[in-house]
Ligand binder design. Structure first.
Ligand code: 26Q
Length: 808
């Protein structure tokens, strides 16, 4: 809690900043000036926190380095002010000066440095690391453009660039003192001196790696984590002066331009992860810069590796940063002069890995010839790692050569990044119980047999501060009035809300808050897309990346089914509802883009039909982002979590929706299962095949036509799609669903369809009793403490990273 004196100081800070930098006052300042002023002020306080923390704690503290090619932060200003407990102070102060702090927040462009779940998880984890007081760094690239901006033209997705640095630069603190140099290309030369073999890279391309530190605040904590964003800068001598003098201007700067492409933009995740030269350069650049940085820091105070595992933990967030394994080996051996065995011993004690997918097409494979070309010493080390790993495995695999081949790092020209990560890590975890079980028993079962202690589960979590307290102030206010603020630090205290399950006044409030949040979303939709949605209607939301396995298509089929029924019988009673979609399709993912078009066409068809539009509406929200999610989650009543069982590793949107008072329409997949376990299975609408049913059907061959023939409901929908949705035939999607085309539906939409409709009808009945519904909602919110990223980080810190907390 802030004292009066602190509040006065906060006011003085703002006045002084505005007068010193813009010669203006709070009342006269523009929203933009206020944004930059508050950004600088919040960082001043964070630097003070760092100073306090450093004073109280020894320099040598074990630190986690969370390596991730994505950190999907979302806006910073509000989050920082909230964590510093300055939000209310500045809100009131601005209001007194006729300013609205929301307008100031809206100046900030989202730093969209991530595709979806994996990147957002990394951001939630940094929040909890700061909050809980663990010494931590994130390392990522300083992308100039985050994930593309999504625009719809005639119902189709178009991609536009998403610059964020104009308003994002203010959060970046350049650290020239921490810069390093990353080497590309060149040739490896062996030297033999004093009976010792050593390697140097001759005539490499040298790229400067310049870090920019973002301060990541935690609520009521003096620990501030650092997100170190690395930028590739061509060295000043990277242009070719001879060429320039000859008038070949473009040629003269080509090298420098190529280098700076590294941090131009974030790769939009695709269903197949095709290795490209640029992606390889991004991955290597990130890990080389970070590893050099970590080692330089360590060897400032140490001569041997003895203390290394006691002071450093390095986490690989999916395989994208897994080249850090050979890079660490290279640095320890070539630069610091250690032997292979002692280096490997150290690496294996510090590295750990989280897997985020079991979809085989999403498992990363790099090409050895490309690595050879761009980082020849790394290729050498990978070959040696592979040789040694094969030797280790041979003892276990006996004569099973196929097994050995499938487990090894290199096979032909392919480098299997998951295999490399498992080999190097002392711990490997999945992100939900079912996912970790699948890893152990299927995808990685061969390893689990040999190294049973390596594998564990840590179910994902989200920061309940950003995803409830900050984004849903009305619900937060109610919760605080009932159980106090302690839940910010101890999310398990949400359980106390169960005391109010029979309190009709509280249930009424839960309902009214949802309505207010729906109105807020409706205002946003009106402003952003000029569409009117009625907050009196039920809001059914599916917000996530567009991917076949997440089955947005099955959701659309359900809506088409409803339309058919209403057309047949316009008098039938239906719950009036808005089906809201949000999410981006990877630019090269044709099927996902086609599904977007279908949704938009269906939206149009319904809006033009006088009978349908009285009962149903479909809206696709453009350009889904963290900021949009912060408006959408509080307004969600039914959250669609309908992936084919066994395919969604965890999901975290499910947690955000339920924490904000929605119920799930869901399959038994990922964290849905654990959420339903916690909230009681009566409070979610579960349907569909279980993961082992899916396996059984798949092994005998999924025959979509069987379901088409057997179900009248399936037929009515598929036939309608074939003829016309919004003036267009979607016969291509029908062929896909029925398995008539080369490219078929592997996610069995037709197999789960009937059960989906049944669950939906079950839900409809329960929804009509508002008090009963609110009671379910409140019990679910009360049960969500477990899904806080604070709990997840405590598990990582104790079971994997072995960290100690700072003294606050
Ligand atoms: C890889 C190589 C080249 C280009 C792109 C990629 C790439 C980028 C991002 C591959 C995958 C991703 C993202 C994966 C992801 O977000 N997975 C999600 O992770 C969440 C956090 O654990 C889970 O909750 C989701 O279930 C999972 O889908």
């Amino acid at each position: 809690m802030l004292t009066e004196a602190q509040k006065t100081a906060a006011e003085k800070d703002l006045q002084n900043y505005l007068s010193e930098h813009y010669s203006t006052t709070i009342e006269r300042a523009t929203d933009e000036q206020l944004y930059f002023a508050l950004a600088e002020i919040s960082q001043k306080y964070l630097f003070q926190r760092i100073g306090k923390c450093n004073k109280k704690n020894p320099k040598d503290r074990k630190t986690i380095h969370y390596m991730s090619i994505e950190f999907l932060l979302g806006r910073m200003l509000k989050n920082n002010l909230w964590n510093l407990e300055l939000e209310d102070t500045y809100k009131v102060l601005l209001k007194e000066n006729n300013k609205n702090i929301e307008n100031v927040y809206n100046i900030e462009q989202d730093p969209g440095l991530g595709n979806g779940g994996l990147g957002r998880l990394a951001a939630c984890y940094l929040d909890s690391i700061s909050r809980l007081g663990y010494p931590g760094f994130g390392h990522c690239l300083k992308y100039e453009y985050g994930l593309f901006k999504q625009i719809f033209v005639d119902g189709k997705q178009i991609e536009a660039p998403d610059g964020w640095l104009e308003t994002g630069n203010v959060w970046l603190n350049p650290r020239e003192d921490q810069a390093v140099e990353v080497l590309f290309g060149g040739t490896v030369k062996q030297n033999y001196d004093n009976n010792k073999l050593s390697y140097v890279i001759e005539s490499p391309k040298v790229v400067k790696a310049m870090p920019y530190d973002m301060l990541i605040s935690g609520y009521d904590s003096n620990t501030v984590s650092t997100l170190r964003l690395w930028e590739a800068k061509a060295l000043t001598n990277s242009f070719n002066l001879t060429k320039f003098n000859n008038g070949e201007f473009t040629e003269s700067v080509r090298e420098g331009v190529k280098i700076e492409l590294i941090n131009k933009l974030l790769y939009p995740s695709d269903k197949t992860v095709q290795g490209t030269e640029l992606r390889l350069a991004q991955e290597y650049f990130l890990v080389s810069a970070a590893m050099q940085n970590i080692l330089r820091d360590y060897f400032e105070d140490h001569r041997t590796l003895a203390e290394f595992p006691k002071l450093v933990a390095i986490h690989i967030n999916d395989t994208h940063p897994a080249l850090l394994v050979p890079e660490l080996m290279r640095l320890l051996i070539d630069k610091y002069g250690f032997g292979w065995d002692e280096s490997w011993d150290a690496v294996r004690q510090v590295v750990s890995y989280t897997n985020h997918t079991i979809l085989s097409e999403a498992l990363e494979v790099l090409h050895l010839n490309e690595i050879e070309e761009d980082m020849p010493r790394i290729a050498m080390i990978l070959r040696e790692l592979d040789r040694r790993f094969r030797a280790e495995l041979a003892e276990h695999c006996k004569n099973d050569f196929r097994k050995l081949e499938s487990m090894s790092i290199i096979s032909g020209n392919n480098v299997y990044m998951a295999n490399l990560s498992i080999y190097a890590s002392h711990k490997v975890n999945g992100v939900s119980k079912i996912h970790s079980h699948i890893l152990k028993t299927r995808l990685f079962n061969a390893y689990a047999e040999i190294y049973p202690d390596k594998f564990l589960n840590i179910t994902n979590g989200i920061t309940h501060r950003r995803w409830l307290a900050e984004c849903n102030p009305a619900l937060d206010k109610l919760i605080v009035s009932l159980i106090g603020k302690d839940y910010y630090k101890s999310p398990e205290l949400l359980k106390k809300l169960d005391d109010y399950l029979d309190d009709k006044a509280v249930l009424r409030k839960v309902h009214d808050i949802k309505f207010e949040n729906k109105k807020r979303l409706a205002e946003y939709v009106k402003k952003a897309q000029n569409i009117d949605i009625n907050p009196e209607w039920r809001f059914v939301v599916q917000a996530k990346r567009i991917h076949e396995y997440k089955r947005q298509l099955m959701n659309v089929m359900r809506i088409i089914y409803l339309c058919n029924k209403i057309r047949e019988n316009p008098e039938m009673p239906v719950t009036k509802q808005v089906f809201i979609f949000a999410g981006k399709a990877a630019s090269g993912y044709a099927m996902a883009k086609r599904i977007i078009t279908l949704i938009n066409k269906l939206a149009e068809e319904i809006s033009l039909d006088p009978v349908l539009r009285d009962k149903l509406q479909v809206v696709f929200l453009e350009n889904y982002s963290v900021t949009l999610a912060e408006i959408l989650m509080p307004a969600t009543e039914v959250s669609e979590q309908i992936s084919l069982a066994g395919r969604e590793a965890s999901g975290t949107g499910n947690m955000k929706a339920v924490l904000n008072g929605s119920l799930m329409m869901c399959t038994c997949d990922g964290a849905n299962i654990e959420i339903a376990d916690e909230c009681s299975h009566e409070n979610s609408y579960e349907f569909g095949l279980r993961a082992d049913d899916v396996d059984r059907i798949k092994s005998r061959g999924y025959n979509a036509t069987e379901y088409y023939i057997a179900s009248e409901r399936v037929r009515s929908v598929v036939d309608k799609m074939n003829i016309d949705i919004g003036g267009e035939s979607f016969a291509d999607l029908v062929g896909y669903l029925l398995g008539h085309t080369d490219y078929k539906d592997s996610y069995m939409c037709l197999a789960d369809f009937d059960s989906y409709i049944d669950a939906y009808e079950r839900m409809d009945k329960e929804y009509s009793d508002q008090e009963y519904w609110s009671k379910k909602v409140l019990h679910c919110i009360a049960s969500m403490g477990l899904f806080s990223s604070d709990r997840a980080i405590e598990e990582y810190a104790t079971k994997i990273w072995k960290l100690k907390k700072n003294v606050n």
